[in-house]
Structure formats: structure tokens, C-alpha cells
Write a protein that binds this ligand. Structure first.
Ligand code: PLP
Length: 376
């Protein structure tokens, strides 16, 4: 026994564990499983999993090597029972669902507002995002949850955009997944995924077989991010509301989607569910060419992610390009749709940067120049 105790969890960077121990006893993880190989269990990863379960209000959790690894592991484990999914979702998730359907599994995609009515006992799993990517729709979770319970169907939510700060998924769902790459890790330097539930037994086996567990180093980084999660999401929500109000009043912007605005179609349900915060993502349609606008930004960075310390902006059409055009249209994504993830900068700096870029993008002759954030 060492005569020191670290305050933070050590990074157990080891593939294997001595098993059996010199005493002849087996090594046992705190989950009660044999601790022998880091593709199955690892104490740093376990520390993260306990924190994730705590945050979401579930009994247990599993950490994955990406958000897509958590989604693919869950969907594969449920595929033979039939999956009903809201079509308003991260395009790669939709692409995976279509692929599973192509492989012969029963998978149906319906608009998010039709999911409640479509729930029936012929489905094993219902999958929706609690704030959809990129169109920021908010499903009526209380009704959906009641309906799933009534029909004996499990509900899984992707809580990436809301994070557990806005919404405790255990109040409504049997499973919650997140791209931990985003708000959980929070520093734009990790790809990771999370899944929480009261029962992860079968999924633990699937993760072991598919080899989709997170590694200890990234588990440590996500754990570090969790320590400031609440502060960051609170700040993002305040900033995003200010920026959304600016965009709503800007004559170079055609349409703004932010659940905190009265004009948002799901504002009422978002207000009921999210404790007065609405997250850090704004989707809008500028009247100017988005690519021209991006070239004039000096603070906000064109990059296809979210939940980073810096503001990031992207065109959802790019990530939806592998989907059939009719589906992209059904999702409401257009050529000019832009998704902004506000960062931790002063909101006035973000607003000034957007205003300047929108105005310069309108003037045909202006050059972009080199953005100040390219410093290395
Ligand atoms: N779910 C949502 C809502 C996302 O936006 C993303 C990625 O952007 C994912 C899942 C996939 O996460 P990852 O990129 O960590 O695999």
C-alpha cells in the first residue's frame, strides 16, 4: 500500500492486470467483473463511468472511444428488436440507421414531431435526440416517455446538445448516449462517447466484443472536463441567448433557430425541460453566402464540431452530404443553413465578429485575409 493518495484519478495506462493476484484471488473491478484486460474494464475508465452515471441519474455507465461508438454499439445490440428513430438527428447517426436497414434490420425514420404517435410495441427501441442536430427541435419527452412506458418499449436519447446540465435523461429514458467529444470533455482535444443506463450488462458484453471502449488517457481528459461542465454550459447558454437575439434582429439574417427564443417552435417545451438554459448552439440562415461569410471571420472558427472553448461555425449540409437529398430536405437543412457553437469568449466579441463577417460577405470585392486564430 503506497503512503500517498492522489486527489485525481491516476491514468492506468496498462493493457493487462495481474490476474490472479499473488494471493491467488482474482483481480476484481468495482463493477464486480474480472479485471484483466483494458478492452473490458480499466479503473480510470471506470472512474469516468461512475461520474457519467451520477450526472445522468442512472445506476451505471459505459465509456466509448467516440460518440458514434456508443451509438453503434447500442443500435447493434437492439437491431433485431426493431428501431424507430427521429429523422431529425446527427446525419452520421441517420446514415448508420439507414445502413442497418440496408442490412435487413427493421429500422424506421420519422419526423421528430411524429415519433410519439409512431411508438408501438412492434419496436424494441425508440431513439431521439433531446435537442436535434442541426435544426434544434426539442421533442416532447414527457409524452414520449409515457407512451414508451405504456407500449413497453425502451427509449434511448442522444443528450449531446443538451448535456446533463440542461436535462437529466434518467427522468425520461432507459438509455442516454452522448458524444463526450463535445460538452463533456469540453476542450476540443478528445474524441469520446458515453452511454448511461440502469442496466448496462448486455451492452458491456457488446462493447467487449466490438472493442469500442475508451482508452484511459482520454477517460482522464473527459473526467477533467466534467469538473467545469456546469460552469461552461451555464456560460454557453447565456452567451448563446445574447448572440441569438442579435442574429434575430440582424437584417442580413433570414432565419434564426434557438430554443431560448420565443420564436422557436419548441420554446414552450424547452422552457419546461431545461431549467431556464437553452444550450450553446444556434442554427441560422444568413442572407449572404455562408462560405464567403466564414472567410471574413476573425474569432469564430469554421470547424465541424461544438462544445469547444472557442466558437465554432459549420455548414450542416457538409456532414449530411452522404444522405439522400430528399432526406436532407426533410431534415430541413438547406444550402445556406449554418450552425454556430458559441465558445467561452465575451459575447460582444462573438457578435462583433459575426456582424463584421456578414457585412463584408455582402460586399462582393472584399478579401478574407488571415484570421487571427491561426497562430501556430
Ligand atoms: N451525436 C450528436 C448529436 C453529434 O452531434 C455527434 C457528432 O457531432 C455525435 C453523436 C457523434 O459523436 P462523435 O463525433 O464523438 O463520434
Amino acid at each position: 500500500m503506497p503512503n500517498f493518495i492522489p486527489l485525481e484519478i491516476p491514468i492506468y495506462m496498462t493493457a493487462t492486470f495481474l490476474n490472479p493476484l499473488p494471493t491467488g484471488e482474482p483481480s476484481i473491478s468495482d463493477r464486480g467483473t474480472d479485471l484483466k484486460y483494458s478492452r473490458e474494464e480499466n479503473p480510470t475508465v471506470r472512474a469516468l463511468e461512475r461520474s457519467l452515471a451520477d450526472l445522468d441519474g442512472f445506476e451505471d455507465g459505459l465509456a466509448f472511444n467516440s460518440g458514434m461508438a456508443s451509438i453503434s454499439t447500442l443500435l447493434l445490440s437492439k437491431a433485431r428488436e426493431g428501431i424507430l428513430m427521429g429523422v431529425d438527428a446527427y446525419p452520421t447517426t441517420v446514415a448508420l440507421a439507414l445502413h442497418l436497414r440496408g442490412m435487413g434490420f427493421r429500422v424506421k425514420l420519422v419526423p421528430i414531431k411524429e415519433v410519439v404517435d409512431a411508438v408501438s410495441s412492434e419496436w424494441g427501441l425508440i431513439f431521439v435526440e433531446t435537442v436535434t442536430n442541426p435544426m434544434l427541435r426539442v421533442p416532447d419527452l414527457p409524452s414520449l416517455s409515457d407512451r414508451c412506458e405504456e407500449k413497453g418499449v425502451e427509449l434511448a436519447v442522444d443528450n449531446t446538445f443538451a448535456s446533463p446540465v440542461l436535462l437529466k435523461p434518467s427522468k425520461f429514458a432507459s438509455y442516454s448516449i452522448q458524444s463526450a467529444t463535445k460538452y463533456l470533455a469540453g476542450h476540443n482535444d478528445v474524441i469520446a462517447g458515453a452511454l448511461t443506463s440502469d442496466d448496462v450488462g448486455e451492452l458491456w458484453e457488446w462493447r467487449r466484443r466490438l472493442g469500442t471502449i475508451l482508452d484511459p488517457f482520454r477517460a482522464f481528459l473527459v473526467l477533467r472536463g466534467l469538473q467545469t461542465l456546469e460552469l461552461r454550459v451555464r456560460r454557453y447558454s447565456q452567451t448563446a441567448l445574447e448572440v441569438a437575439k442579435f442574429l434575430e434582429g440582424c437584417d442580413l439574417v433570414e432565419e434564426v433557430r434557438y430554443p431560448g427564443l420565443n420564436s422557436h417552435p419548441d420554446h414552450r417545451i424547452a422552457r419546461e425541460l431545461f431549467h431556464g438554459m437553452y444550450g450553446g448552439i444556434i442554427t441560422f440562415i444568413p442572407k449572404v453566402d455562408p462560405e464567403r461569410m466564414f472567410r471574413h471571420l476573425r474569432v469564430v472558427r469554421p470547424a465541424p464540431s461544438l462544445g469547444a472553448p472557442a466558437s465554432l461555425i459549420s455548414r450542416p449540409l457538409t456532414s449530411a452530404s452522404s444522405l439522400p437529398p430528399s432526406l436532407v430536405k426533410e431534415m430541413g437543412i438547406s444550402e445556406r443553413t449554418v450552425r454556430l457553437s458559441v465558445g467561452l469568449e465575451d459575447p460582444r466579441i462573438i457578435i462583433d465578429d459575426l456582424k463584421r463577417a456578414l457585412e463584408l460577405a455582402r460586399a462582393p470585392s472584399q478579401e478574407g485575409g488571415v484570421p487571427s486564430f491561426i497562430s501556430w
